[in-house]
Ligand binder design. Sequence first.
Ligand SMILES: O=C(O)CCC(=O)c1ccccc1C(=O)O
Ligand SMILES: [Mg+2]
Length: 373
Amino acid sequence: MYHFSAMGLTLPQGGPGRSHLDRRCGQPVSAGGGSPRLDRVTVTPDLPALLEAAHVVTLPMRVRFRGVSEREAVLLRGPRGWAEWAPFVEYDDADAARWLAAAVEAGWGELPPPVRDAVGVNATVPAVPPDQVQGVLARYDVSRTAKVKVAEKGQALADDVARVTEVRRVLGPDARIRVDANGAWSVDEAVEALRALAPLGLEYAEQPCATVEELAALRVALARAGAEVPVAADESVRRAEDPLRVARERAADLVVVKVAPLGGVARALEVVEACGLPAVVSSALDTSVGLAVGVRLAAALPRLEHDCGLGTAALLRADVVADPLLPVGGELTTARADAARRATDPASLTAYRSSAERERWWRERLARAHALV
Ligand SMILES: O=C(O)CCC(=O)c1ccccc1C(=O)O
Ligand SMILES: [Mg+2]
């Protein structure tokens, strides 16, 4: 069984009151003095129902991202709407079970209510050469904020500087530019890289180093070096045994949260509340169905001060809805997000249906994950 309470959640100093994270997906939740948004009943479907609901697709991408050029996903038709289950292929079954808890919440449960009806969205620029930057940015109706991938294997700091310089040139001096190193730098490399990139104007650096200890050391080193770039934690939240540790250790200025890896919208809200740090919602390279649930998380956060990484439908060449959930005027609305979750297109599910071999792999994985939820 997968227990949220097994994750050792302890509040950072100065955080709000005790959090109620011992909610188990699939069980009715009792009030127990907890937050009212947890008084929702989610009934996990049994395995035959889940397999019956599942459609496995392989979607081509426009540009290589995270080392892949195709995105595989399982679309689940739940009684409450479509849901997406697409844990990255290298993730283990425990990770996959958390992603399944999120899909069950979306398809069989109820999402926490929004407090805003639109959220700002950033453009996401993969680690492309500078001459491709303009083309990538042109796919987004977004001008205020871009996230740029840096520290790609096989590339040098000069490549990052050239890419970020080009993003700055295209978007202009007022745009917010954040970089994401996916933990690839050592502390020293991060200091060197961020000193080189800081003059271009950085909103923050996402997961510059791999560990919480390194992030904490980097924040000190950056302050000493006079390169005060805020640090955001991504993998240190979504892949950590204890997602609050990064906040307790003062290892980040803000947290990046993703619905699926954290086990759902309600659970992600709890993590943000307990961290007590500003949050940015981001995608896990989801289809429009997964992105729509990300919009619902962003819309439900009590405070939202940053644009969110939910524009990644632009990285897919094909999607599971006829009208992909792409930002308009730099925003996504909850109305369009909810519509996307109703609009999953049977023709796309057929056209992009995975090979028999991949379908078998995903269905077996689904059964293993289900046994852990
Ligand atoms: O945040 C964004 O702009 C887009 C999402 C993104 O970068 C991402 C997508 C899939 C897997 C990992 C990441 C990441 O933030 O590291
Ligand atoms: Mg990231």
